[in-house]
Design a protein around this ligand. Sequence first.
Ligand SMILES: Cc1cc2nc3c(=O)[nH]c(=O)nc-3n(C[C@H](O)[C@H](O)[C@H](O)COP(=O)(O)OP(=O)(O)OC[C@H]3O[C@@H](n4cnc5c(N)ncnc54)[C@H](O)[C@@H]3O)c2cc1C
Length: 381
Amino acid sequence: MRTQVGIIGAGPAGLLLAQLLAVRGIDSVVLENHSRDYVQARIRAGILEQGTTDALRDAGLGARLDREGLVHDGLRLTFDGEQHRLDLRALTGRAVTIYGQTEVVKDLIAARLDSGAPLHFEVDDVRVDVATPAVRYRHEGVEHELRCDAIAGCDGFHGVCRAAIPEAEVTTWERAYPFAWLGILADVAPSTDELIYARHERGFALHSMRSRERSRLYVQVDPGDDVARWPDARVWEELHARLASDGFALAEGPVLEKSITPMRSFVAAPLRHGPLFLAGDAAHIVPPTGAKGLNLAMADVLVLADALIDGSPAALDAYSDRCLRRVWRAQHFSWWMTGMLHVDPAGDAYDRELARSQLRYVTRSRAAATSLAENYVGYDR
Ligand SMILES: Cc1cc2nc3c(=O)[nH]c(=O)nc-3n(C[C@H](O)[C@H](O)[C@H](O)COP(=O)(O)OP(=O)(O)OC[C@H]3O[C@@H](n4cnc5c(N)ncnc54)[C@H](O)[C@@H]3O)c2cc1C
């Protein structure tokens, strides 16, 4: 088998890349090791920057997004029992859209399958050969070799593509955090019309949503914690305590899903090794506090699609550096938001006062608020 671009991973990065290339007449084959049902049900991110929604629309995927996505012009910060609003649109001219990663992935898979272009689920034993270049894999018990001009490693943090680059040719940076997020999906209308990020002495909490009917809520927990130790009543009790502010009432509902997500910052560079191009979580991850992971993955493949369509050595060479500028801005913003909003169990009173001072600053200074807002809606220069 032969194709122009072999794409490993049918997450948001791999699927959007396939769509962008197809629109411009470039052939690709997408290989995914999980089933379609599994990929479509994986609950993860849900906040799309304007650059991401524009890209989805340009790729012909705007219909359901425009019908069901919730445009948010602002966000709320709660600390010391008070809620403050940051007007993202007034500060930056831009907004964000709430539309679950599950929905983005469903739309992208439907578009790919409708077009008849190859997308194979449940492939096994994917191996990357950068010398040939080729991707070898097993599907339905049969061995395959896919020869390609370029290989897009869109296989997430635990994929095989990053590991295919010799260790000596890649530099990594990493930061672990002493906390994780316990998230629930609740069958209840959101108690707020915009996201609430809260810092409380008991830890961080976030009130987010997936639709007008479904709420997504998080509390900071220990990274070694276990969901079994968090019955629904305990989760709601913490949410009530941490999100409390004058005039805010949290509505409870049946919990449909509950999971713990560890937090890590990671970058591997460069994003290119010969014909292999890493994109999205395969190359970098951020703690979810800045809502950047999905948006960075989409931003990478927008640059990659342009480079592959251009095809010149200069365009392909520029891919890694162009992405890394944005990646490092998002790394800093995600690290900074995480530090400001979480309570470090090893921290002391001095750390707590610094975080409170920073929160007062971003809610009282227009310059500080603009900086937060500019990063939150997506900064790419
Ligand atoms: C539990 C969790 C919660 C998150 N919550 C948030 C959030 O609230 N906000 C936010 O902004 N971000 C969040 N993120 C991050 C965000 O979801 C990711 O940044 C985003 O999914 C990156 O997209 P991607 O396509 O690069 O990688 P992925 O979505 O990981 O997709 C990679 C795909 O490759 C497949 N794959 C892996 N290995 C192979 C292989 N060997 N062969 C073939 N296929 C393979 C995987 O099955 C997967 O489908 C979360 C991530 C996780 C893990």
